[in-house]
Design a protein around this ligand. Structure first.
Ligand code: ZN
Length: 371
């Protein structure tokens, strides 16, 4: 099987790279960012505006779709793309992250996780095979293995992380055996917390299992940022060049630019919407808090270097006023701008990698974002 990923340019001063990932719904330039569409929709935004920004891939959640609306509805629609009315790339996360949430989790076992279905109030066993069957049936472009994700804020020691890694690797092998949809790619997920030796062990094994790409899970949840970047570098050095590297949950522009410099190719996060809800705007001059009274009578555009419709039509004073009053449209406008900004930043990074100027671009960019 030829690799669905082809590398086109590698930066000489950093590990940044550009390439193309061939999916059933289009070939996508890497690196790229996926807005999160857990239930099939991106918070505050319509999918046609997301597509107009140049976004060519989203990530939904297979477990959430499995609960509601359920596979029979998706089958009647003709697949998840037709259900969502989205004709570009789509990843589905297996749901490991949600399953291990206290709302759902009853017990983790070797055969899978026992979970509470909040809609039927019945307990059921969700196995790696089931996670793959669900994603095969949904028909996303890329399925993710079921992984044993340590819960957010877990303070347990190395033995615990070694156990979750061991289970994640067993499950990855079962996912690979269960995968039947030939049009769909399958990515493995690395766990191991912030322990570099565990990460390395897992990545070596996953690399040998023949996945189309590999993801770093269990990061961007509060660990020190230099440690997270070290793991990205380690992953890039450990896995094959022709495997795309996906850092799950990474969304702030400065983290993305650093991870690109360390060799990462794919990202997803709710960051653009979450920052918008906090009244934060990402601009070409750095991050600003639009709620600051300084902007109450500032009638300039939000970002003079941004061509999005929010920057074309609204002033900082209006966005300040909407944010101060928690107006829904204010969250929507800031989300639109912030996602446009992240999208544009990655597009610009791709151009610089191709032209051999990524190193100076990233230095200038990170200065504005005070890293
Ligand atoms: Zn804008």
């Amino acid at each position: 099987m030829p690799s669905p990923f082809s590398l086109s340019h590698s930066d000489k001063k950093t590990n940044a790279r550009t390439g193309k990932l061939k999916l059933a719904h289009g070939t996508i330039d890497t690196p790229f960012f996926m807005p999160v569409a857990t239930k099939g929709s991106v918070k505050h935004l319509a999918l046609n505006e997301v597509s107009k920004m140049g976004v060519r891939c989203l990530i939904s959640n297979a477990f959430i779709f499995y609960l509601r609306p359920g596979l029979s509805t998706i089958k009647k629609a003709g697949g998840i793309h037709r259900f969502m009315k989205w004709n570009h790339g789509l990843f589905t996360d297996s749901g490991g992250f949600q399953i291990l949430d206290e709302t759902f989790l009853v017990a983790r076992k070797e055969e899978g996780v026992v979970l509470n279905n909040p809609f039927t109030r019945k307990q059921e066993l969700f196995t790696p095979e089931r996670a793959i069957q669900v994603q095969n049936a949904l028909g996303s472009d890329v399925a993710m293995c079921l992984d044993d994700v340590p819960r957010f804020g877990e303070k347990k020691g190395k033995v615990f992380y070694a156990e979750t890694l061991k289970r994640t690797l067993h499950w990855a092998s079962r996912c690979a055996s269960a995968h039947q949809n030939k049009k769909q790619l399958l990515f493995g997920i690395s766990q191991g917390g912030t322990f570099l030796d565990l990460r390395k062990k897992g990545l070596v094994e996953l690399n040998e299992m023949g996945f189309d790409g590999l993801a770093l899970g269990g990061l961007a949840i509060g660990e020190p940022k230099p440690t997270m970047q070290k793991i990205v570098s380690l992953a890039r050095k450990t896995i094959d060049k022709n495997k795309p590297l996906y850092v799950m949950g990474l969304g702030s522009p400065e983290d993305i630019i650093q991870a690109i410099a360390n060799g990462a190719d794919i990202f997803d996060s709710v960051f653009p919407a979450r920052t918008a809800r906090h009244g934060l705007a990402l601009t070409s001059k750095g991050r600003i808090s639009i709620k600051n009274n300084h902007y109450a009578a500032d009638f300039s555009t939000l970002d003079e270097n941004c061509a999005c419709w929010v920057c074309e039509n609204y002033t900082k004073a209006l966005l300040h006023h909407l944010a101060k009053n928690s107006e829904e449209s204010g969250f929507r406008f800031l989300t639109h701008h912030n996602l446009s900004f992240v999208q544009k930043t990655i597009e610009t990074a791709r151009i610089h990698i191709r032209e051999g100027t990524f190193s100076s671009f990233s230095k200038d960019f990170l200065k504005k974002y005070r890293v």
